[in-house]
Ligand binder design. Structure first.
Ligand code: R1P
Length: 289
């Protein structure tokens, strides 16, 4: 059965609707960043760049780093954007865009997020690197899909109980990273832990400016959650969506976080741009080791 034009929208040049990409434009190893300006910060150390395009916040450059073909894509902020990016990237490799049929032989993408994040634990300081062992989805985007096979109900239910999670909010989902990519990218320089992914920056991450919170103790409860030695280490806005959709679609994913704030002791990095540069360098070199 072919996928209808309204469901998989293509531009007149045959590229996918939001990302503006055709199948030949992307590598199977892909780095996600949030900020479109960060794409050039990564590709400036490439040997060569073969392709660049941008539509809205989605900027892509494909090239070679120490002989390895890599694409770097900016996703913008939030899980809703990740829904667009993952589905369109998967369509580029696993749907024949001419016949609009799902291919018989599926391609696996390796996806590495290089992002910024706030630590929730006093002992994970600003300017450190943290690899997300899991994404804890607090935003609900993944509930549009059949998530039963990827969720971990025992720990999710323990989290709901520990935080007295409101039944009016979407049920949290815990999704693991790719062990293969974790082994490639971890070292004694990386902290590891569960990354909670919120669907907003202020209220959803417990920040108060003018609006009161549904649960003002939530960050403290997240902070003190411990399930068989697993704790929630940091908060950001994309990891669980990347882990969830990658798992459902059969891709590998890992999220690397530059810790620029520590919410537990209220500190912010003196030079957050430098830790991002350091994490880019670290990740690129690990990818080609
Ligand atoms: C919020 O300022 C943004 O920064 C973090 C959050 O996940 C959110 O996207 O990550 P990036 O620096 O990767 O965008």
């Amino acid at each position: 059965m072919s996928i209808k034009e309204s469901e998989l929208i293509l531009n007149p040049d045959g590229s996918v609707y939001h990302l503006n990409l055709r199948p030949e434009n992307i590598a199977t190893d892909i780095i996600f960043v949030g900020d479109q300006d960060r794409v050039d910060k990564i590709t400036k150390s490439f040997d060569s760049i073969e392709f660049t395009t941008q539509k809205r916040e989605f900027k892509t450059s494909t090239g070679s780093y120490k002989g390895k073909r890599l694409s770097v894509i900016s996703t913008g902020i939030g899980p809703d954007n990740i829904d667009i990016v993952l589905n369109e990237l998967d369509a580029l490799v696993n749907i024949d865009l001419q016949t609009r049929q799902i291919k018989k032989n599926l391609t696996v993408l390796n996806i590495v997020r290089i992002g910024t994040s706030g630590s929730l634990q006093k002992d994970i300081p600003v300017d450190s690197f943290l690899m997300s062992s899991h994404g804890l989805d607090l935003n609900g985007m993944l509930h549009s899909y059949q998530i039963e096979e990827i969720s971990n109900t025992e720990i999710e239910n323990a989290f709901v109980k520990h935080t007295n999670w409101s039944a009016k909010k979407s049920h949290p989902i815990l999704i693991s990273n790719s062990t293969e990519l974790e082994n490639k990218l971890k070292s004694d320089k990386t902290y590891s832990g569960i990354t909670a992914t919120a669907g907003g920056f202020y209220g959803p991450q417990g920040r108060v400016l003018r609006l009161g919170l549904q649960d003002k103790e939530l960050n403290n409860k997240i902070d003190s959650f411990n399930f068989k030695g697993n704790r929630i280490t940091n908060l950001e806005m994309e990891t669980s969506a990347i882990y969830g959709l990658s798992k459902l679609l059969g891709h590998n994913a890992v999220s690397m976080n530059a810790i620029i704030a520590n919410r537990a002791n209220g500190t912010f990095s003196k030079d957050y741009k430098q830790v991002v540069v350091d994490l880019i360098e670290y990740t690129l070199d690990k990818l080609v080791e």
